[in-house]
Design a protein around this ligand. Structure first.
Ligand SMILES: C[S@@+](CC[C@H](N)C(=O)[O-])C[C@H]1O[C@@H](n2cnc3c(N)ncnc32)[C@H](O)[C@@H]1O
Length: 184
Protein backbone atom coordinates (compact mmCIF):
# COMPACT_ATOMS: atom_id res chain seq x y z
CA UNK A 1 0.00 0.00 0.00
CA UNK A 2 1.43 3.46 -0.77
CA UNK A 3 2.34 5.28 2.41
CA UNK A 4 -0.33 7.65 3.58
CA UNK A 5 -3.11 5.59 2.03
CA UNK A 6 -5.53 4.44 4.69
CA UNK A 7 -8.40 3.22 2.53
CA UNK A 8 -9.50 -0.24 1.52
CA UNK A 9 -6.87 -2.79 0.73
CA UNK A 10 -9.08 -5.20 -1.19
CA UNK A 11 -10.38 -4.63 -4.66
CA UNK A 12 -13.27 -6.68 -6.00
CA UNK A 13 -13.85 -6.26 -9.67
CA UNK A 14 -17.13 -7.14 -11.30
CA UNK A 15 -17.70 -9.49 -8.44
CA UNK A 16 -19.48 -7.77 -5.63
CA UNK A 17 -21.88 -9.95 -3.75
CA UNK A 18 -20.60 -13.38 -3.08
CA UNK A 19 -17.10 -12.45 -1.99
CA UNK A 20 -18.18 -10.23 0.85
CA UNK A 21 -18.82 -12.96 3.45
CA UNK A 22 -15.48 -14.57 2.64
CA UNK A 23 -13.70 -11.29 3.26
CA UNK A 24 -15.58 -10.35 6.39
CA UNK A 25 -13.00 -11.99 8.63
CA UNK A 26 -9.99 -10.16 7.24
CA UNK A 27 -10.98 -7.06 5.34
CA UNK A 28 -11.99 -3.84 6.96
CA UNK A 29 -13.21 -2.53 3.63
CA UNK A 30 -13.29 -3.33 -0.05
CA UNK A 31 -13.53 -1.40 -3.29
CA UNK A 32 -16.21 -2.74 -5.61
CA UNK A 33 -16.10 -2.02 -9.32
CA UNK A 34 -19.06 -2.84 -11.57
CA UNK A 35 -20.90 -1.34 -14.53
CA UNK A 36 -24.22 -2.13 -12.92
CA UNK A 37 -25.62 0.13 -10.18
CA UNK A 38 -27.88 -2.73 -9.15
CA UNK A 39 -24.93 -5.06 -8.66
CA UNK A 40 -23.13 -2.41 -6.60
CA UNK A 41 -26.20 -1.77 -4.45
CA UNK A 42 -26.67 -5.47 -3.85
CA UNK A 43 -23.02 -5.81 -2.92
CA UNK A 44 -23.19 -2.87 -0.51
CA UNK A 45 -26.17 -4.36 1.27
CA UNK A 46 -24.54 -7.76 1.46
CA UNK A 47 -21.29 -6.25 2.71
CA UNK A 48 -23.05 -4.28 5.43
CA UNK A 49 -24.70 -7.47 6.66
CA UNK A 50 -21.20 -8.94 6.96
CA UNK A 51 -19.68 -5.91 8.67
CA UNK A 52 -17.63 -4.90 5.62
CA UNK A 53 -17.45 -1.33 4.35
CA UNK A 54 -17.46 -0.79 0.58
CA UNK A 55 -16.19 1.97 -1.64
CA UNK A 56 -18.26 1.69 -4.81
CA UNK A 57 -16.92 2.52 -8.26
CA UNK A 58 -19.49 2.41 -11.01
CA UNK A 59 -18.00 2.07 -14.45
CA UNK A 60 -15.71 0.13 -16.70
CA UNK A 61 -13.20 -2.15 -15.03
CA UNK A 62 -10.37 -1.16 -17.41
CA UNK A 63 -10.98 2.52 -16.72
CA UNK A 64 -10.86 2.02 -12.96
CA UNK A 65 -7.81 -0.23 -12.97
CA UNK A 66 -5.81 2.29 -15.01
CA UNK A 67 -6.98 5.06 -12.73
CA UNK A 68 -5.90 3.18 -9.59
CA UNK A 69 -2.51 2.57 -11.19
CA UNK A 70 -2.09 6.27 -12.02
CA UNK A 71 -3.09 7.15 -8.45
CA UNK A 72 -0.60 4.56 -7.17
CA UNK A 73 -3.29 2.75 -5.22
CA UNK A 74 -2.57 -0.89 -4.61
CA UNK A 75 -4.41 -3.74 -2.95
CA UNK A 76 -3.51 -6.86 -1.02
CA UNK A 77 -6.21 -8.84 -2.83
CA UNK A 78 -7.85 -8.33 -6.21
CA UNK A 79 -10.75 -10.54 -7.33
CA UNK A 80 -11.68 -10.69 -11.01
CA UNK A 81 -15.02 -12.30 -11.80
CA UNK A 82 -15.94 -11.10 -15.28
CA UNK A 83 -18.75 -12.46 -17.41
CA UNK A 84 -17.84 -14.94 -20.15
CA UNK A 85 -19.15 -12.48 -22.76
CA UNK A 86 -20.36 -8.87 -22.46
CA UNK A 87 -20.57 -5.58 -24.27
CA UNK A 88 -19.04 -2.74 -22.23
CA UNK A 89 -17.73 0.78 -22.75
CA UNK A 90 -14.40 -0.63 -23.90
CA UNK A 91 -16.16 -2.70 -26.58
CA UNK A 92 -17.13 -6.37 -26.70
CA UNK A 93 -15.63 -8.48 -23.93
CA UNK A 94 -14.87 -12.18 -24.23
CA UNK A 95 -13.09 -13.88 -21.36
CA UNK A 96 -11.05 -15.98 -23.78
CA UNK A 97 -9.73 -12.87 -25.54
CA UNK A 98 -9.54 -10.28 -22.78
CA UNK A 99 -8.15 -12.27 -19.86
CA UNK A 100 -4.49 -11.36 -20.50
CA UNK A 101 -5.31 -7.64 -20.75
CA UNK A 102 -7.56 -7.67 -17.70
CA UNK A 103 -5.08 -9.65 -15.61
CA UNK A 104 -2.22 -7.33 -16.68
CA UNK A 105 -4.12 -4.23 -15.52
CA UNK A 106 -5.19 -5.93 -12.29
CA UNK A 107 -1.70 -7.29 -11.52
CA UNK A 108 -0.33 -3.75 -11.73
CA UNK A 109 -2.31 -2.80 -8.61
CA UNK A 110 -1.64 -5.91 -6.49
CA UNK A 111 0.89 -5.40 -3.70
CA UNK A 112 4.07 -7.45 -3.70
CA UNK A 113 3.13 -10.80 -2.15
CA UNK A 114 -0.57 -9.99 -2.59
CA UNK A 115 -3.24 -12.27 -4.03
CA UNK A 116 -4.99 -12.25 -7.36
CA UNK A 117 -8.15 -14.34 -7.70
CA UNK A 118 -9.20 -14.91 -11.31
CA UNK A 119 -12.53 -16.57 -12.06
CA UNK A 120 -13.72 -18.09 -15.31
CA UNK A 121 -17.22 -19.41 -15.77
CA UNK A 122 -16.96 -20.59 -19.35
CA UNK A 123 -17.11 -24.35 -19.63
CA UNK A 124 -15.57 -24.43 -23.11
CA UNK A 125 -12.41 -22.72 -21.78
CA UNK A 126 -10.43 -25.48 -20.04
CA UNK A 127 -8.59 -24.77 -16.81
CA UNK A 128 -5.08 -25.14 -18.25
CA UNK A 129 -5.89 -22.76 -21.11
CA UNK A 130 -7.36 -20.24 -18.69
CA UNK A 131 -4.29 -20.46 -16.45
CA UNK A 132 -2.06 -19.89 -19.48
CA UNK A 133 -4.04 -16.70 -20.29
CA UNK A 134 -3.67 -15.53 -16.68
CA UNK A 135 0.10 -16.14 -16.81
CA UNK A 136 0.30 -14.23 -20.10
CA UNK A 137 -1.35 -11.26 -18.39
CA UNK A 138 1.08 -11.42 -15.46
CA UNK A 139 4.05 -11.35 -17.85
CA UNK A 140 2.61 -8.26 -19.56
CA UNK A 141 2.58 -6.53 -16.19
CA UNK A 142 6.11 -7.68 -15.42
CA UNK A 143 4.84 -9.83 -12.55
CA UNK A 144 5.07 -13.51 -11.75
CA UNK A 145 2.63 -15.55 -9.75
CA UNK A 146 2.24 -19.03 -8.43
CA UNK A 147 -0.98 -20.92 -7.83
CA UNK A 148 -1.92 -21.28 -4.21
CA UNK A 149 -5.40 -22.73 -4.67
CA UNK A 150 -7.85 -23.88 -7.29
CA UNK A 151 -11.52 -23.64 -6.36
CA UNK A 152 -14.71 -24.22 -8.24
CA UNK A 153 -18.45 -24.39 -7.98
CA UNK A 154 -19.95 -25.97 -4.88
CA UNK A 155 -20.49 -29.68 -5.60
CA UNK A 156 -23.66 -29.43 -3.50
CA UNK A 157 -25.23 -26.72 -5.67
CA UNK A 158 -23.64 -27.92 -8.92
CA UNK A 159 -22.90 -31.64 -8.73
CA UNK A 160 -20.27 -32.48 -11.35
CA UNK A 161 -21.71 -34.29 -14.34
CA UNK A 162 -19.67 -37.32 -15.36
CA UNK A 163 -17.39 -36.65 -18.32
CA UNK A 164 -18.19 -32.94 -18.42
CA UNK A 165 -15.53 -30.23 -18.22
CA UNK A 166 -15.41 -27.99 -15.18
CA UNK A 167 -17.66 -24.92 -15.46
CA UNK A 168 -16.52 -22.41 -12.83
CA UNK A 169 -12.78 -22.13 -12.30
CA UNK A 170 -11.48 -19.94 -9.45
CA UNK A 171 -7.70 -19.55 -9.51
CA UNK A 172 -5.89 -18.07 -6.52
CA UNK A 173 -2.37 -16.79 -7.24
CA UNK A 174 0.23 -15.13 -5.06
CA UNK A 175 2.12 -12.45 -6.96
CA UNK A 176 5.79 -11.73 -6.73
CA UNK A 177 7.61 -8.76 -8.17
CA UNK A 178 6.97 -5.12 -7.48
CA UNK A 179 3.49 -3.66 -7.70
CA UNK A 180 2.44 -0.90 -10.06
CA UNK A 181 4.75 -2.19 -12.75
CA UNK A 182 4.15 -0.78 -16.21
CA UNK A 183 1.76 -2.76 -18.41
CA UNK A 184 3.00 -3.72 -21.88
C1 LIG B 1 -20.08 -12.92 -13.63
S1 LIG B 1 -20.93 -11.47 -13.07
C2 LIG B 1 -20.37 -11.37 -11.47
C3 LIG B 1 -21.49 -11.73 -10.67
C4 LIG B 1 -21.24 -11.66 -9.20
N1 LIG B 1 -19.99 -12.24 -8.84
C5 LIG B 1 -22.37 -12.40 -8.52
O1 LIG B 1 -22.09 -13.35 -7.81
O2 LIG B 1 -23.50 -12.01 -8.71
C6 LIG B 1 -20.10 -10.22 -13.92
C7 LIG B 1 -20.36 -8.76 -13.48
O3 LIG B 1 -19.52 -7.99 -14.33
C8 LIG B 1 -20.12 -6.74 -14.58
N2 LIG B 1 -19.45 -6.19 -15.77
C9 LIG B 1 -19.54 -6.62 -17.04
N3 LIG B 1 -18.71 -5.91 -17.83
C10 LIG B 1 -18.08 -5.01 -17.04
C11 LIG B 1 -17.11 -3.98 -17.28
N4 LIG B 1 -16.61 -3.75 -18.50
N5 LIG B 1 -16.70 -3.24 -16.24
C12 LIG B 1 -17.19 -3.45 -14.99
N6 LIG B 1 -18.12 -4.40 -14.71
C13 LIG B 1 -18.56 -5.18 -15.72
C14 LIG B 1 -21.59 -7.09 -14.72
O4 LIG B 1 -22.40 -5.96 -14.46
C15 LIG B 1 -21.75 -8.21 -13.68
O5 LIG B 1 -22.21 -7.68 -12.44
Amino acid sequence: MPSGWTGPSHLLITSPPYWQPALAGGAAAVVNVDLSPRALAWAKENAALNGVLTEDKKGDVFHWLRRFRRLRRSFSLVVLDPPAFARGPSGPFSIAKETPGLVAEAAAVVEEGGLLIACCNQQSLPRQRFLALVQKGLRRAGRSGHSVAHLGASPVDFPPAEGQAEGLKVEVLRLEGSRLASVQ
